[in-house]
Design a protein around this ligand. Structure first.
Ligand SMILES: NC(=O)C1=CN([C@@H]2O[C@H](COP(=O)(O)OP(=O)(O)OC[C@H]3O[C@@H](n4cnc5c(N)ncnc54)[C@H](OP(=O)(O)O)[C@@H]3O)[C@@H](O)[C@H]2O)[C@H](O)CC1
Ligand SMILES: [K+]
Length: 215
């Protein structure tokens, strides 16, 4: 079954109100994404993984992934596309503050993408269902950097720049090898397998009752 972005937000909010907080959804989304990535790539110990993180909850999923990937022994670098004060939500802030206590994850902010290594993997946790309009900086530069880098690319929820409702793309969009979306497929995502790469839906623990009256 494919649902609309609006329905997804309604289900998320209803689940949150039932007590299954968005913080828990984010944890499960990030954990499921890492499991898929590890299943695909096998041993990721010592692999250089760069995670580009937006200021919304798509970014939050990426912050959760960073913590899990560090647990697998990967060399994780998080690039926050802004300053931490501009992180939009409590659940993303929560995960950022955990990473600040972890020496196993390198945190970068702003839009300097000069790494002293070639990434083995790039995770696109820039934009998800909250995308609107043409891509503004520094997200645009990050998307261009991702597309110009030759490595395995993983999109959180949806490739950034692809509208998960319509399947239309903004002025630019990441082209990825794998995408993991959450709870249920959003209507626009399967229209662009050329951008999503291998496409998976992962359940993240939202009570089925949260869909009542919505689906
Ligand atoms: N589906 C679920 O059950 C869960 C999904 N999760 C993840 O949450 C995101 C949706 O998070 P949200 O914060 O609503 O939105 P995004 O993170 O996608 O984007 C919002 C931020 O992006 C900025 N933005 C929007 N459009 C543009 C643009 N064209 N150029 C630059 N920046 C843009 C926006 O800035 P504003 O100034 O517009 O506010 C926001 O900063 C979903 O995709 C999942 O990954 C939850 O983790 C858990 C449950
Ligand atoms: K994304």
């Amino acid at each position: 079954m494919e649902i609309t972005v609006d329905q997804m937000y309604q289900i998320e909010n209803k689940g949150h109100d039932m007590g299954f907080l968005k913080k828990f959804m984010m944890e499960n989304a990030g954990a499921a994404s890492v499991r898929r990535l590890v299943d695909k790539l096998g041993n990721i110990e010592s692999k250089n993984i760069v995670i580009f993180v937006g200021l919304g909850n798509n970014g939050g999923d990426g912050l959760v992934m960073a913590r899990h990937l560090a647990g697998y022994g990967a060399k994780v670098t998080v690039v926050l596309l802004g300053t931490f004060e501009k992180i939009k939500t409590e659940e993303s802030n929560w995960n950022w503050s955990i990473l600040e206590k972890m020496t196993s994850v390198k945190l970068m902010t702003g839009n300097s993408f000069n790494f002293h290594f070639t990434p083995d993997v790039i995770v696109d946790a820039i934009l998800g269902t909250g995308i609107s309009g043409e891509i503004k900086e520094p997200y645009a530069s990050a998307i261009n950097f991702i597309n110009q880098t030759d490595c395995f690319k993983f999109a959180v929820d949806v490739p950034s720049g692809l509208d998960p409702q319509t399947g239309e793309t903004a002025n630019i969009c990441t082209k990825c090898d794998m995408t993991v979306t959450f709870h249920k497929m959003k209507q626009g995502i399967p229209k662009r397998k050329d951008l999503t790469g291998e496409l998976f839906v992962e359940k993240i623990g939202i009570p089925p009752e949260a869909e009542e009256g919505i689906l």
